[in-house]
Design a protein around this ligand. Structure first.
Ligand SMILES: [Zn+2]
Length: 533
């Protein structure tokens, strides 16, 4: 039996080496970050070499650090009427957990572009860079050529799997963009964002790269037989797809001119011409009409910019689905394909709520991510589906001492054995949750849009919270260092996994190891090569 396994392993290694030669560009497969993570995974003692995942679902809680998960777990438990601390979010029940070191090549505390590129391509890179290795100079188009990275989405597409992603941010925002785009600047979301020199040097904007994705991949891999484009794209960000003229506004446009493009391209029309059997939707009614069994391709852009926070979703003009509704629909569509699927789901606005200094929305969007994971568990076969849940980076979000068990997580600290709020050395009460930096205290009552925080300048120093209900949606926690926005945190984030190959996440790992866990479990390179022979 031992010989049989080792023979199988030798064969497996030979196939993998072969795969590198054919599918990934040499600058990627020989990149030290790539090599080191691949070796680190191979050396893990518990790895089941023969586990195979037909399908992969990657959940990203953008900015979902460990303190965010703990606080969200407590809030969910308290919303159910319990003390809260004992509660478990859906993915906390997964059998394998590890830690991910999130730094970028050039940054101790990272950004989402560099981190998602690491997760999705197996190569760490610089902050602000999408799908290109560290040899690029941020914002310099001339330094891109020869440094682009192939992603798990690319490999799944080459392998003939169904592919898709859903997000609550603009579909061109850093995290989703890293799946499909190669851009030396994360902010080049449409052509009006690019400097003339970049356009002259041949760079194209992220929205255009999404619409041209199938054509571009076919050009790079002319022998691949099954490339047919991304089946499911759902999120916000219409402004980057529409010309900047009022006649192209969507029926539910909020701005006078919704579009930002000035190159006369109407990318939604282009998408519809390319996929005549595809469904483009912009609101909840259209979303509800999508019939998964007959939908070949779906492009859903629910907002001019980002979608709403989950708690603020009722304020959307034409209505928009929740993250868990999008996840369920995406899975129903992708599961139609016999070859399996790759789906990325991002709760992108956990990060935004934290930047605005508002724990209420960060925690509620985390709970909604947990609901989406619940849907994924319910609608997939655990024997053939690898599910990975992680964050790209953390935030400077803290949980203070010493509230008693069951104390409202959004409330003021009440010490063990006490009834009223504890007083700080300045005589004022303080909340359990706070930020080390950012915009600081705001009291916006029942306002569910955290972004209203930016209307006023940063506020440092303490506020007397005695008569303030800090559990309200519009309460923004105090911050020590005044900044125009709260920042990411640099400590490790957790990775939770279940399904074939999930044990690869065990231990303390470089973030780019996640690519290798997925690639190995789902045999993406091998499946991609098989379609070219
Ligand atoms: Zn952020």
């Amino acid at each position: 039996m031992k010989t049989a396994i080792s023979c199988w392993l030798v064969l497996c290694v030979a196939l993998t080496v072969n795969a590198h030669a054919q599918i990934l560009p040499p600058h990627q497969s020989s990149n030290p970050w790539y090599q080191d993570a691949r070796q680190a995974l191979a050396q893990k003692p518990n790895l089941q070499a023969n586990s195979k995942a037909k399908n992969v679902i990657l959940f990203i809680g953008d900015g979902m650090g460990v303190s965010t998960i703990t606080a969200a777990r407590i809030l969910e438990g308290q919303n159910k009427g319990h003390a809260g601390e004992e509660n478990q979010l859906s993915f906390e029940a997964f059998p394998f957990t590890g830690l991910s070191k999130t730094y970028n090549v050039n940054a101790q505390t990272p950004d989402s572009a560099g981190t998602m590129t690491a997760i999705i391509s197996g190569v760490k890179t610089d902050a602000g860079v999408i799908g290109i290795d560290e040899n690029v100079r941020r914002g310099n188009c001339q330094t891109v050529a020869g440094h682009e990275l192939v992603t798990t989405l690319d490999l799944a597409e080459l392998a003939g799997m169904a592919t898709g992603f859903v997000t609550t941010t603009r579909v061109t925002h850093a995290t989703p963009a890293a799946l499909y785009a190669k851009s030396p600047e994360r902010n080049w979301e449409d052509n009006s964002d690019l400097p003339e020199t970049a356009i002259a040097a041949g760079c194209s904007d992220i929205a255009a790269q999404l619409i041209d994705y199938e054509r571009r991949l076919k050009k790079h891999y002319p022998k691949a037989k099954h490339i047919d484009g991304i089946e499911v794209v759902m999120g916000g960000g219409r402004r980057h797809f529409l010309p900047s003229l009022p006649e192209f506004n969507s029926p539910d446009a909020a701005s006078d001119i919704e579009g930002d493009r000035n190159d006369e391209r109407h990318l939604i029309n282009e998408w519809q011409q390319r996929y005549p059997d595809g469904a483009y939707v912009y609101d909840k009614a259209g979303f509800d009409l999508i019939e998964p069994s007959s939908a070949q391709q779906v492009l859903a852009l629910f907002n001019e910019s980002h979608m709403h926070y989950e708690a603020d979703r009722h304020n959307d003009q034409a209505g928009e689905p929740s993250l868990s509704e999008m996840t369920t629909k995406a899975l129903a569509i992708l599961k139609q394909r016999e070859e399996g699927f790759f789906l990325m789901v991002e709760a992108g606005r956990i990060d935004h709520a934290h930047h605005a200094g508002n724990a209420f929305n960060a925690l509620n969007d985390t709970i909604e991510l947990s609901n989406a994971v619940k849907q994924a568990i319910a609608h997939t076969d655990p024997a053939e589906t690898l599910i990975v849940v992680t964050a790209d980076h953390s935030h400077v979000f803290t949980m203070a001492g010493y509230p008693k068990r069951g104390n409202p997580i959004l409330g003021k600290v009440v010490n063990v054995g006490e009834i009223g709020p504890a007083k700080a050395a300045d005589g004022k009460p303080y909340t359990t949750l706070a930020y080390a930096n950012g915009l600081g205290f705001r009291h916006h009552h029942d306002e569910t849009d955290a972004d209203t925080a930016y209307a006023e300048p940063a506020k440092s120093g303490r506020t007397n919270l005695t008569d303030i209900d800090t559990e309200q949606a519009g309460y923004h926690q105090e911050a020590l260092v005044p900044l125009s926005a709260e920042t990411h945190g640099g400590e490790d984030v957790a990775v939770y996994a279940t399904g074939p190959g999930a044990e690869g996440v065990l231990g303390v790992n470089e973030q780019n190891l996640i690519f290798h866990v997925i690639n190995q479990a789902a045999q993406l390179e091998r499946r991609a090569i098989a379609t070219m022979q």
